[in-house]
Design a protein around this ligand. Structure first.
Ligand SMILES: Nc1nc2c(ncn2[C@@H]2O[C@H](COP(=O)(O)OP(=O)(O)OP(=O)(O)O)[C@@H](O)[C@H]2O)c(=O)[nH]1
Ligand SMILES: [Mg+2]
Length: 216
């Protein structure tokens, strides 16, 4: 007899299966994972360092760093006293759930409330890969230009929050912030948006206050 397969049955890819297992593991340890996606040099590491300092004593932070090569960002995280694991993709333009699983096995999950994943700097590839995170966040910096929501709409569609970084550079760069925010709202009207600068400190506490609410 031929076995019938329901058309509603979803065939999960290897990544989706691993992501589901990661999510279950994190839930078991009460860890809230935030997948941070953005272009290279947008300010991911600087913002995560600011978050670690702002959350200190209240929220136990851990970090997974995704880079093509080097452990530069991981060293910075460890210098702040948080557990951090480096994944080098060796050329891959995004992290996948299996790589994250290996990193999770190296972290003291019972000592972490909020786990940031700094994904490989890229606006396209990371968007398609569920890592098992609970929250997805994009960072877009002023020097990248105000046309990015038009050119890379899917990242703005898929995230739970957007940080517009390097806001201190607005006086020096042609960037129409109200128009940019209108474009973002046209993609996802309810998207939570923060404007920050690690140079002046503007907007950091509002963003850190929101991060604090994510603690599992
Ligand atoms: N003016 C200004 N510069 C910033 C700000 N945040 C970061 N930078 C600078 O931007 C550069 C890149 O910052 P990083 O935090 O390393 O960026 P990143 O996204 O982690 O970079 P990759 O991990 O290499 O993709 C550094 O020279 C920072 O000093 C900001 O708010 N204002
Ligand atoms: Mg970085």
């Amino acid at each position: 007899m031929i076995k019938q397969i329901s058309v509603d049955e979803r065939i999960l890819s290897a990544n989706d299966l691993a992501a589901a297992e990661n999510r279950a593991l994190l839930h078991q340890h009460s860890v809230h994972m935030v997948n941070v996606m953005a272009a290279p040099g947008s300010g991911k590491t600087c913002l995560l360092l600011a978050a670690i300092r702002g959350l200190k004593d209240q929220v136990r932070v851990g970090v997974i760093e995704g880079d093509i090569a080097s452990d530069i960002d991981t060293v910075k995280m460890r210098q702040e006293g948080v557990p951090a694991v480096q994944i080098n993709t060796g050329g891959g333009c995004h992290l996948d759930a299996l790589q994250v699983r290996k990193a999770l096995e190296q972290l003291p999950l019972d000592e972490i409330d909020l786990l940031f994943v700094e994904n490989v700097g890229n606006l396209i590839c990371p968007v398609g890969f569920d890592l098992g995170e609970t929250t997805r966040m994009a960072i877009a910096s002023i020097p990248e230009g105000d046309d990015k929501p038009l050119k890379y709409p899917s990242i703005f569609h898929k995230v739970d929050a957007l940080v517009i970084s390097k806001i201190d550079l607005l006086p020096y760069i042609a960037f129409d912030l109200p128009e940019y925010r209108r474009l973002v709202a046209s993609i996802q009207p309810e998207l939570r948006v923060f404007e920050t600068s690690v140079v002046t400190g503007e907007g950091i506490s509002a963003w850190v206050d929101w991060l604090r609410t994510l603690k599992a």
